[in-house]
Structures are given as structure tokens and as C-alpha cells.
Write a protein that binds this ligand. Structure first.
Ligand code: NAD
Length: 449
């Protein structure tokens, strides 16, 4: 069907358990196949074998450098105090300051945050931005918090971890359940805690800020734009013309919404969307602009007038060129993978496909464009924001778009080269391309003392 069948896939014939069991044993990790962190490390270690990463480097990457857990009380609107749990995981800073989003979600857990931090280390390396990997989160449901409660949760979380982060040390950003407004509160809180004369410079403590507060133009659409840049590089070789293709989305938040609008602008037809409120379908095409306005008003796609409601099963089975999962982790298991009707899955979300889902898709000849490549546009423009703040300059939208495109296209080519060099699937190739750069740095600098 596509390029994937032309390359013998050595990854598929190796026993992954054998490859990484030594590292797991040495670190006393009791392997749980459903644990997202274990899944992610296993995938990274498969790539580590391909590139010949030294054993001590594999051990370093298999655990984060720092895992911070905090509990903090917040005054709720009803006059009571509620205790919240928050995390900041700093996985690796060999290539630069820790970098990664902050998630507000009821299911945030330490192992999930650790997994997302590993992905950030690999993602930054793959797109060659000089950052390491981190991630954070607060276990809460932002949909159930008032605006004032959301602000107080943000400010208390920021103060709880303020001694562990810094504008040149660990720089958070938005993720699921957080946005530019949350970043504005976060930056303000951090700045208030710093000596007055350093405050201007410390706005760099977060990226994804509102443009009025030093955010970069183009950051809000960056992840979607980066994904489209990757598709431009990858789809023609898979025989798909963006201007004529059909596609579906899981999630219509920041990543899903922007991807939907940008692809629609290019002539692609969005035929269905699945989110936490249900699945909607229109074979003639959904209007992405009208759907955006509807989701802003109601919170989800369910009940949108320009479409019929369908089941999740029907959604996954739709015969389209492209499916973009842009919601949560582990949504595409072997069950969904066995019915997916799309030719290509481009992962806008982090870790949306389980290893079993991966295997089924590969067996069925569905091409998977992996998350650390597809959604790296967000951290790339975050890096641009950080550089602009550091230099007290502002770039034009055209400059941001052009620089982003350069990073994304080169990263996509790096993955394609690694795939041929190591004769593996796209996911393993993306980790290989990332690990090559990290391994080189560890070889050069050694391990202290
Ligand atoms: P968001 O909060 O803006 O949107 C999340 C979307 O997921 C919403 O549309 C929501 O309805 C949907 N969703 C939630 N639970 C669902 C469920 N059970 N079934 C179906 N849909 C569900 O978040 P976002 O910023 O768009 O992030 C989405 C994904 O992209 C996450 O994996 C995130 O880590 C990743 N990501 C985001 C960025 C970024 O810049 N925002 C960058 C890189 C990666």
C-alpha cells in the first residue's frame, strides 16, 4: 500500500521484552504492560538497541532525573478548602532546560506525567530545539472549576513548585485542560515571587502565554500547523493529496481544532469528529469554523446541527485517508486498531496508540506517523517564544511559520532517513533519530565526575 511495506521491518521480528528486560531488572521496575510509562520506555529502549545507545545511557533515560509531587490547599467558591495533588517531572536536561506542558485533568497520575516527560525529551531532540524534557499536571477537573477556582489552583500550584522551576531551568507550557490564560496566571504568580528587578526577564518561566504578555504569534496554532507541515512532507509519498483527502479527528481542542481548520483551508474534507461528548459525522464535510464556534459555546462537538450522531465504532470504521487522534493517551487499542478505516494515522496527541494497537495497525498496513514528530510544532514555537523573550524581540507571523516549517520538514526527513538506516517502523525511527543526538551529547560530555 505504501512505503512501509517496501522496507523490511526488523522491529516487528524482535522480542521487545528481551531487549529491555535487563534495564527493567536493573532499575527494579516491575513491568506492567498496561502502564503508559513502561510502554513508552520499552519503545525508547527498542530504538536504543537500533542506534547502539550505550547501556549506561539507556539506564539514565529509563528514569527521570527528578520527580516532584506536591499537595496544596485551595479555597473553593463554597468557602471550603480542597487539597489538590500536583506533579512536575524533569526527565532529562542533557540538551537544554527541562521543557513540557502542564495538564489539568482528573486522571493525571505520576506515571503518565513521567511518560509524557520522556516524550518531551525525545521530541525536543528530534526537532533539534535545545531543550530537555519535562511535564507537569494537577489532578483536577477544570470543567468543574469556576474561573476563580481555576486561577487559584494555578497560582497555588505555581507557588508549590516555584523553587524547582526557572526560566533557564524548567519552563512549563499549556497542555490538556490548560491554555494561554492559565499560563498568564502562572507567569504572574512566578513573577510576583521573584525580586522586583528581575520580574521582566522571568516572564520566560512559561511559554504559550497570551501575545499581549510576551507570547509568540502563532503559538496557539503551532501544534496543528506543525502537523500539517509534517503531512505535507509525508503524504505525497503515501499517494495522498491533501487538497483532495478526507479526514477524521479525535478531539477538537487546541490540537484537533487547529488541525481541522488548517486542513480544511487546504481543501481537505473533515467528515467526522469524536470527543468526550460523542461522535458526529457528515459525509459531505463538517464546517470546521462553525464547529469551532459551537465547541467554544457548548464545550464539545455533541449535538452540532450540521451533522448526524454516530457510535464510536462507526467513527473508527469510517473509510477515510487520514485519522488524527488529538485527544488523550491510549485511545487506540487493539480493538479500535482492528476496525480503523483510515489509511494513515497521524498522532496529534501524545501516546494515543497502545503497543497492541500499534501492532494491529502495522499488520493491517496502516501507516502511523508518530506523536513525537507530528505534534512537535507546539514545543518548537514555544522555543521561538522563549528566544524572542530572551532577546526582547518579536517575530512576524510569517517568520514564525517559515522557521516552524523548516524544523518540521527537517525532522520528518530525519525520521524517514532513520527508517531506512535502521530498517524499522516510523515510531521506532522517530525515537532513533532523537536518541542519536542525545547519545552523541552524552558521548561528548561523559558522566560526572
Ligand atoms: P485540549 O484540552 O485543548 O483538547 C482535548 C480534546 O480531547 C478535547 O476536544 C476533548 O473533548 C477531547 N477528549 C477528552 N477526553 C476524551 C475522550 N474520552 N474521548 C474523546 N475525546 C476526548 O488539549 P490539547 O492541547 O488539544 O491536547 C490534545 C493532545 O495533544 C494531548 O495528548 C496533548 O498532550 C497533545 N499535545 C498538545 C500540544 C499543545 O500545544 N496544546 C502540543 C503537543 C501535544
Amino acid at each position: 500500500m505504501n512505503d512501509s511495506t517496501a522496507v523490511a521491518d526488523k522491529t516487528a521480528t524482535q522480542n521487545p521484552q528481551h531487549l529491555h528486560s535487563r534495564v527493567f531488572e536493573e532499575l527494579e521496575i516491575v513491568r506492567d504492560p498496561s502502564n503508559l510509562y513502561h510502554q513508552t520506555i520499552e519503545q525508547v529502549l527498542i530504538a536504543a538497541q537500533h542506534v547502539g545507545l550505550k547501556h549506561h545511557q539507556q539506564i539514565i533515560l529509563a528514569q527521570p532525573k527528578n520527580e516532584i509531587m506536591v499537595h496544596f490547599p485551595v479555597l473553593m467558591d463554597n468557602g471550603h478548602h480542597q487539597l489538590f495533588k500536583g506533579y512536575r517531572v524533569q526527565h532529562n536536561n542533557a540538551l537544554g532546560p527541562y521543557k513540557g506542558g502542564i495538564r489539568f485533568h482528573p486522571h493525571v497520575s505520576l506515571d503518565d506525567v513521567k511518560s509524557l516527560a520522556v516524550l518531551m525529551t525525545c521530541k525536543c531532540s528530534l526537532v533539534r530545539v535545545p531543550f530537555g524534557g519535562g511535564k507537569g499536571g494537577v489532578k483536577c477537573n477544570p470543567r468543574e472549576l469556576s474561573r476563580d477556582e481555576l486561577m487559584r489552583v494555578t497560582r497555588r500550584f505555581c507557588s508549590a513548585i516555584s523553587n524547582q522551576i526557572g526560566p533557564d531551568y524548567d519552563i512549563p507550557a499549556p497542555d490538556v485542560g490548560t491554555n494561554a490564560q492559565v499560563m498568564a496566571w502562572f507567569a504572574d504568580t512566578y513573577q510576583q515571587m521573584m525580586p522586583e528587578h528581575t520580574r521582566q526577564d522571568t516572564a520566560r518561566i512559561v511559554t504559550g502565554k497570551p501575545v499581549e504578555m510576551g507570547g509568540s504569534v502563532g503559538r496557539d496554532k503551532a501544534t496543528g500547523q506543525g502537523l500539517v507541515d509534517v503531512l505535507d512532507e509525508m503524504l505525497p509519498e503515501l499517494g495522498i493529496d491533501i487538497s483532495k483527502m478526507t479526514f477524521t479527528l479525535i478531539g477538537f481542542g487546541n490540537v484537533g481544532g487547529w488541525t481541522g481548520r488548517l486542513l480544511a483551508e487546504r481543501g481537505a474534507k473533515l467528515t467526522a469528529v469524536l470527543d468526550h461528548t460523542g461522535a458526529i459525522h457528515n459525509a459531505n464535510g463538517l464546517n470546521a469554523i462553525k464547529l469551532t464556534a459551537y465547541v467554544e459555546k457548548t464545550g464539545g462537538v455533541g449535538g452540532f446541527a450540521g451533522a448526524e450522531t454516530i457510535t464510536q465504532e462507526d467513527f473508527y470504521g469510517l473509510d477515510v485517508d487520514l485519522l488524527v487522534p488529538a485527544a488523550l493517551e491510549q485511545m487506540i487499542t487493539a480493538t479500535e486498531a482492528s476496525i480503523i478505516g483510515a489509511k494513515v494515522v497521524a498522532e496529534g496527541a501524545n501516546a494515543p496508540t497502545t503497543p497492541e494497537g500499534d501492532e494491529v495497525l502495522l499488520q493491517r498496513g496502516v501507516e502511523i506517523l508518530p506523536a513525537i514528530l507530528c505534534n512537535a510544532g507546539g514545543v518548537t514555537v514555544s522555543y521561538f517564544e522563549w528566544v524572542q523573550n530572551k532577546c526582547s524581540v518579536t517575530w512576524s507571523p510569517e517568520e514564525v511559520d517559515q522557521k516552524l516549517n523548516q524544523h518540521m520538514v527537517l525532522a520528518a526527513r530525519r525520521v524517514k532517513l532513520a527508517r531506512h538506516k535502521y530498517e524499522c517502523n516510523m515510531r521506532t525511527a522517530s525515537y532513533c533519530a532523537a536518541l542519536e543526538a542525545i547519545g552523541r551529547v552524552y558521548d561528548l560530555r561523559g558522566v560526572f565526575p
